[in-house]
Design a protein around this ligand. Structure first.
Ligand SMILES: [Zn+2]
Length: 357
């Protein structure tokens, strides 16, 4: 709850609290154990971030110390943008988000839990040396790196409406970590990356995959894109643990993006991740939150629907599915499908794996 970058910042941690309250209200929390996070230590943050960057974040977090940091250094660390204002205590607050994802990863690795969900996590834009897109430390990449260090092959699947660029960059040359991202096209949306030709380098070629989606993409093509890529690429990669970034900002009410899905996609996403985790990873599934800026209208419902699938009681969350999903005008529908077919073909060619709708 302390990961709050400013009073009027779009990322407000109250959304996590509202989501957990809704899970409790519906009785879903009874099927899981609530485990407290811990504050990740420097050695853990450094699984993905440089020593200098962690030091910069720590100094900027302290009002008494930050005066000594010059503007060039602030800009290089990603803190000159209004997306990532310098906030008191942000080092410790974000290290606690990372600690939450590490606690989840540890529980799944040890077998203490089959699945774990850290709704505060999913800070997928943070990269090795800089903050970006509301993210200071990349909790899910750190959890993935920790799992990899335990000997796992890790698949990171990111369904946030924004490309998971930070996570992708951190593992771009690592053949043991797959990053797969479905997102609003970078031609129209932050961070401007995530095209099919970004597919990893050297021995890791094929261990990154991206499918961009046009503005207006609604449930049907979104789910078709998900079904055409996620099962096939996971079966090909054969991970031993699944890490998901479950940003829910592709929703039609989300104020920061232009996709038009409804909450009806969440039971499908949850069930598919759940089944694939059992099919390929002996159940090991670490889920994180992510974007989602319709704080009261969408986030609690989307993540509760996901969680209901995780604990195998979807019937308790039935009422959270939007009664009226969105469907765009005919012309927009045709453009969305045509672009999806083209990008899927491009992805298929890059990865040399047949993928089709
Ligand atoms: Zn997002």
């Amino acid at each position: 709850m302390t990961y709050r970058l400013s009073e009027d910042h779009p990322l407000q941690p109250i959304r996590v609290k509202l989501a957990v309250e809704l899970m409790r209200e519906l009785g879903l929390a009874d099927f899981a154990e609530l485990v407290p996070p811990r504050v990740a230590v420097d050695g853990e943050l450094r699984l993905c971030h440089s020593k200098d960057y962690v030091e910069l974040v720590r100094v900027l977090s302290e009002p008494d110390l930050r005066g000594g940091v010059g503007p060039a250094e602030i800009a290089a660390g990603g803190f000159a943008s209004p997306d990532n204002p310098i906030a008191d205590g942000m080092h410790e607050a974000c290290a606690a988000v990372v600690g939450g994802s590490l606690v989840a990863a540890e529980a799944v690795h040890s077998g203490a839990a089959l699945h774990a969900f850290n709704p505060a996590g999913g800070l997928h834009h943070a990269s090795r040396d800089s903050a970006s897109g509301f993210c200071v430390y990349n909790d899910l990449a750190i959890a993935a790196a920790w799992l990899r260090a335990q000997g796992h092959r890790v698949a990171c699947v990111d369904v946030d409406v924004h490309h998971g660029d930070g996570t992708q960059a951190l593992f771009y040359s690592d053949p043991e970590v797959l990053t797969l991202s479905l997102h609003g096209s970078g031609r129209y949306l932050f961070p401007g990356t995530g095209f099919p030709d970004e597919c990893g380098v050297g021995v890791a070629r094929g261990a990154a995959a991206n499918l961009p989606l046009l503005p207006y993409t609604w449930d049907e093509p979104w789910l078709a894109a998900f079904e055409a890529t996620v099962p096939a690429l996971l079966r090909e990669f054969r991970p031993t643990v699944l890490v998901t970034q479950d940003g829910c900002d592709s929703h039609f009410l989300d104020p920061l993006a232009h996709l038009q899905t409804s909450t009806a996609i969440w039971p499908r996403i949850g069930r598919r991740f759940h089944d694939l985790a059992h099919e390929l990873c002996e159940g090991r599934w670490v889920a994180t939150g992510g974007g989602g800026y319709a704080i009261r209208e969408v986030v609690p419902r989307a993540w509760t629907l996901l969680f209901a699938e995780m604990v195998e009681h979807p019937e308790l969350a039935d009422g959270l599915v939007d009664a009226q999903p969105f469907a765009p005008p005919q012309g927009a529908q045709e453009r969305v499908w045509a672009a999806l077919e083209g990008d899927l073909r491009a992805l298929s060619d890059q990865l040399e794996i047949p993928l089709s709708l």
